[in-house]
Design a binder for this molecule. Structure first.
Ligand code: ADP
Ligand code: TYD
Length: 217
């Protein structure tokens, strides 16, 4: 019987779907980069992405957040449902296609962001139901929640910006963080969730995430 060569071993690595979650300024994009570097070195083909996307639907969402257009919470939640389905299903660079092509996909935000950000204002069960198609199509191998206080989030946002988006204020970030915890508890039997303390240096957080996923890579 022939032994498995190193090359075959690399090919056999299961590609993962990982979602980074947290309130604004929690350090998601920083950790996406560190995780992508680590997984690339571990032999994965890595595709990184984010929501809201830069599709036409995502642009409408950004117009609302940048005060160029007004919309009700229910409309915003619906736009995110559409943006997410397109993020999954579009034929050129949709996440399902990337998964089929063998990429490990890391997304900066996925449906837990909808549960927390919209569930803070409209019934969360409706938001979960509205996203059930996405959950049925692709469920993260791990949802990684980076926890920081709303005060820290606001301080980090202020550092890099001159203006704030709609809903970027301490009251809303507090509601959103609480809703994240409520929904993570509610869905803990059907979702894989890892919570890490984001009030530490980026490398310490990255090391914890690596340890958590080490049995998957
Ligand atoms: P997010 O994508 O969650 O909004 P970012 O990764 O863009 O967060 O980080 C927001 C800001 O905080 C950036 O200026 C970034 O350099 C800084 N930052 C990220 N992670 C940390 C950390 N662990 N400690 C201190 N500052 C951080
Ligand atoms: P993002 O660009 O990730 O902001 P940040 O880097 O500051 O975290 O996301 C923009 C905003 O979109 C952010 O405030 C969270 C919000 N959002 C929702 O309200 N619902 C969603 O489903 C998603 C994915 C994001």
């Amino acid at each position: 019987m022939s032994s498995i060569s190193e090359k075959d071993n690399v090919k056999m690595k299961k590609n993962l779907f990982l979602a980074l979650e947290g309130i604004d300024g929690s350090g998601k994009s920083t950790q996406v980069k560190l995780l992508a570097d680590y997984l690339t070195n571990a032999g994965h083909k890595v595709y990184t992405t984010f929501e809201p996307t830069d599709s036409r639907i995502g642009c409408v969402i950004r117009d609302i957040f940048n005060h160029k257009m007004e919309a009700d919470h229910r409309t915003i939640a619906g736009l995110f449902v559409a943006d997410r389905l397109n993020h999954l299903l579009n034929k050129t660079d949709g996440m399902l296609k990337k998964m089929e092509d063998g990429f490990t996909v890391i997304t900066d935000r996925y449906y837990f962001s909808s549960y927390a950000y919209h569930g803070a204002h409209i019934p969360v069960d409706w938001v979960i139901e509205a996203n059930s198609l996405s959950a049925g199509l692709l469920r993260p191998d791990l949802n990684i929640f980076i926890d920081i206080s709303p005060e820290t989030g606001m301080k980090r946002l202020h550092k890099g910006r001159t203006s704030m988006e709609l809903f970027e204020n301490i009251e809303n970030l507090t509601l959103v963080r609480n809703k994240y915890f409520e929904v993570m508890e509610k869905l803990k039997s059907q979702e894989k969730i890892y919570i890490t303390d984001g009030n530490r240096p980026p490398e310490a957080i990255a090391a914890d995430i690596r340890t958590e996923i080490s049995n998957m890579v």
